[in-house]
Design a binder for this molecule. Structure first.
Ligand code: HPA
Ligand code: ZN
Length: 325
């Protein structure tokens, strides 16, 4: 049986975490008050009540609504620094952080403020805690696809991002329609990832690989439904950023004992473990590993394996990766 303190000691990498999903109830309530935002819940008890989800859409409704409390550069700074402080505590030495620009722009927040807050926290955490990070904006696939390329060009002008991603409601929103935006991202040297095979079918994983040319698949757990796809992912060693707590919280698997991550590992896929939205799904990276490993009876070697996989799957240069190994 693994324990949190034991696995905290292993240096770790996280590749799938949405900064808005690290908004803990206490900071959420503090920001609501600071910015004069009224929420349908105003104490920790009722927050916990609301943080019980049926599926991805049910979660997204709460997550986007809570994001309304993030308004000023300082808010994004506080949010990001709190997550990176948590990384220090858990010995997460490097993390690639997602954020959702469209949810903030749609509320009239300047993208420059959002990014300045995140970037300032990033520099601070590197200097103070030695935790390194890079930043990846995600396009929300349930918003008009035509908004995505102009937004990408704005972010290109602001600078500082390492890649782009694709998130939000997956069902009936196939990756392929973002073709042009991802092609442009690649042409300017950005890395590409996409959420696929979380709630959506295995075909969306193949589309993300074939049409968007993504280098990692976020989630990807529904790959198991296709033998051909499993074979391809094994041969190509495409990294999957698997998020066990998220999958259980959103009903993708009934409980951790039913999760397929052990089978994905046995099939030789390049699995990594991540927290997705830790404030909403019951815990950070270390807890995800501990509880999943205990539920499935996985080994310490497999902990090391997923961490080695994560190092390989990062968007840092080869010499740096070599040092991390
Ligand atoms: N899936 C899709 N969109 C998201 C998620 C997720 O797990 N978390 C935050 N936005
Ligand atoms: Zn996610």
């Amino acid at each position: 049986v693994f324990e949190i303190e034991q696995l905290k000691k292993i240096p770790k990498v996280e590749l799938h975490v949405h900064i808005e999903g690290t908004l803990e109830p206490d900071l959420l309530l503090k920001l609501a008050e600071r910015n004069g935002v009224s929420l349908p819940y105003n104490d920790l008890e009722s927050v916990r009540e609301v943080f019980r989800f049926q599926d991805l859409q049910g979660f997204l409704n709460v997550y986007y609504s809570a994001s309304k409390c993030l308004q000023k550069e300082q808010d994004f700074y506080d949010l990001t620094l709190a997550y990176l402080r948590k990384c220090k505590e858990e010995n997460i030495v490097y993390t690639e952080i997602f954020f959702d620009p469209q949810t903030h722009i749609a509320r009239g927040i300047a993208l420059e403020e959002v990014m300045a807050g995140i970037f300032a926290a990033r520099s601070e955490a590197e200097a103070r805690f030695g935790v390194r990070s890079q930043v990846i904006p995600c396009f929300e696939r349930d918003r008009p696809v035509g908004d995505s390329l102009p937004l990408l060009k704005t972010m290109e002008r602001i600078g500082g991002i390492v890649g782009i991603g694709l998130d939000s409601a997956e069902r009936d929103n196939p990756p392929s329609i973002f073709n042009e935006t991802f092609a442009y991202a690649r042409s300017i040297g950005l890395h590409c990832v996409a959420h696929a095979g979380e709630e959506g079918p295995p075909e969306y994983i193949a589309e993300a690989l074939d049409i968007l040319a993504v280098e990692r698949i976020d989630h990807g757990v529904r790959a198991m439904e296709s033998t051909a796809l499993m074979q391809r992912l094994q041969v190509e060693q495409t990294p999957l950023t698997v998020c066990p707590f998220s999958n259980v919280a959103l009903g993708v698997f009934e409980d951790l004992a039913c999760h397929n991550v052990g089978k994905l590992l046995e099939a030789g896929l390049k699995v990594t473990i991540n927290s997705d939205d830790p404030a909403y799904f019951g815990g950070y990276l270390t807890a995800n590993i501990v509880d999943t490993w205990n539920a499935l009876g996985l080994s310490l070697e497999q902990v090391i394996q997923v961490q080695r996989n994560a190092i390989d799957a990062t968007f840092i240069d080869a010499a740096e990766k070599y040092r991390m190994h």
